[in-house]
Design a protein around this ligand. Structure first.
Ligand code: AKG
Ligand code: FE2
Length: 414
């Protein structure tokens, strides 16, 4: 068997590669959109402060003072005009108003403007850094480059007019021009961090690459919804076998090719969720869901799923726990020994590679399972279990979600 960490690295690389040309697939948190919206709000707030300060700097006195000053100016102007009529002398300019401290206020305004535009540029950079699609990055880069010209021009003239020292103006310009590249760098760094989905997949790895167990893949509400949908399907949808019954959705797999049927929305939702985990390559997106119903005491004989399916099995478990037994088809020393997995309701199990090709899987036809040391995923289970514990089974529904590569060209719609 391969070295665990080598495989983990490889696994992460695969998921990263699959993410590379998608911008925020599936239900990933939309960081870029969030940052752009947050950045805009921040800039609006800073700009509001700047406008407020600007109003104050153009006249820092309160309204009564401003009115008194306006009245006295009017009086002065009337006096000057009267004196001019009496003396018939050319008008002299009205008495000059005392100057407000223009320099310090305009410096302050320029610095606020610098701060607002720097934050704005930082967020622009972050957005570029967080994007995955090269063509979108190029479009955004050009758009930002073009709109930087008037922005830099207005900031530059504001700084120069503020009568700051030339060296300070150069420093501030430099600072401003570095903001977008710094933002881009931070965005790229954030992109290299594993996503919540990556962590869920990594945490769930039991046997490198080949078995991943994710508890609480669906919520209790979703579990109830699924159960209700299965039981509201028309009767002919059920196929009765000797010791269980099942429903096929998406078509009936056949060696000559499956005639594809439209997947209902209530199942497509979970196919989409699985797709967002990048478990299947794009061209092998699941197109088939097999629903098995097990009454307590029912199980499934040891088997392999065989060549009808792409060799990845994803199973959502509902209603009751079960214990899935896995054992090798031959005595090859490169393979793991026999082992079991406890599948809790609401969990997702992913089996692939050697576990698909070289292992048989089965469920014993018993009414209760005893927790023993063959169960490999106890540490990942939602509930705490101890060895020797007896777990009574109730009705279990499993949703086995796979890709059927051989499909005929007919498409049935219901
Ligand atoms: O119910 C399960 O979890 C297993 C079902 C299965 O192995 C199958 O239908 O091929
Ligand atoms: Fe199977």
């Amino acid at each position: 068997m391969e070295q665990e960490f080598g495989v983990l690295d490889k696994y992460l690389k695969v998921t990263r590669y699959q993410y590379q040309y998608q911008v925020f697939p599936g239900n990933r948190f939309p960081f870029a959109e969030f940052l752009v919206a947050f950045g805009l709000l921040l800039i609006l707030s800073i700009e509001q402060i700047a406008i407020d300060c600007n109003d104050k700097s153009s006249d820092c006195r309160n309204p009564i003072e401003r009115l008194q000053s306006r009245n006295s100016q009017l009086e002065r102007e009337t006096l000057t005009a009267n004196a001019q009529v009496e003396l018939n002398t050319p008008p002299s300019p009205p008495f000059p108003e005392p100057n407000p401290p223009v320099n310090s206020q305009s410096k302050f305004n320029s610095l606020i403007l610098l701060l607002a535009l720097s934050v704005h540029s930082l967020f622009e950079g972050l957005t570029i850094g967080l994007l995955k699609s090269p063509s979108v990055v190029l479009q955004l880069f050009i758009a930002i480059l073009v709109h930087k010209i008037p922005v830099a021009f207005s900031l530059g003239s504001s700084l120069v007019q503020s009568e700051l020292k030339t060296s300070a103006v150069i420093h501030f310009d430099l600072w401003f021009s570095l903001m977008t590249p710094i933002g881009t760098g931070i965005g790229v760094l954030l992109n290299t961090l594993p996503s919540v989905i990556d962590l869920q997949l990594l945490n769930g790895i039991l046997i490198p690459k080949t078995a991943i167990y994710i508890p609480n893949f669906i919520s209790s509400l979703e579990e109830n919804e699924l159960i209700q949908k299965v039981y509201s399907a028309p009767k002919p949808k059920w196929t009765q076998l000797k010791n269980r019954r099942l429903q096929n959705w998406g078509g009936i797999p056949h060696p000559k090719g499956m005639i594809p049927e439209k997947m209902p929305e209530w199942l497509q939702k979970y196919i989409n969720r699985i797709n967002s985990y990048c478990i299947f390559e794009e061209q092998c997106s699941p197109n088939h869901v097999l629903i098995n119903e097990y009454q307590p005491g029912q199980g499934i004989m040891p088997h392999v799923d065989g060549p009808l399916f792409h060799p990845i099995i994803t199973t959502i478990n509902c209603g009751s726990h079960t214990v899935l037994r896995l054992r090798t088809t031959d005595n090859s020393e490169t393979l793991q020994e026999n082992f079991s997995l406890l599948l809790e309701p609401k969990s997702l199990l992913i089996l692939r590679d050697e576990l698909y090709t070289d292992y048989l899987h089965s469920i014993e036809d018993i009414t209760e399972d005893i927790v023993d040391s063959s169960i490999r995923n106890l540490h990942l289970c939602q509930e705490k279990h101890i060895t020797g514990q007896r777990l009574k089974r109730s009705v279990r529904l499993s949703f086995t979600i796979r890709h059927v590569p051989r499909c005929s060209n007919f498409k049935l719609r219901f």
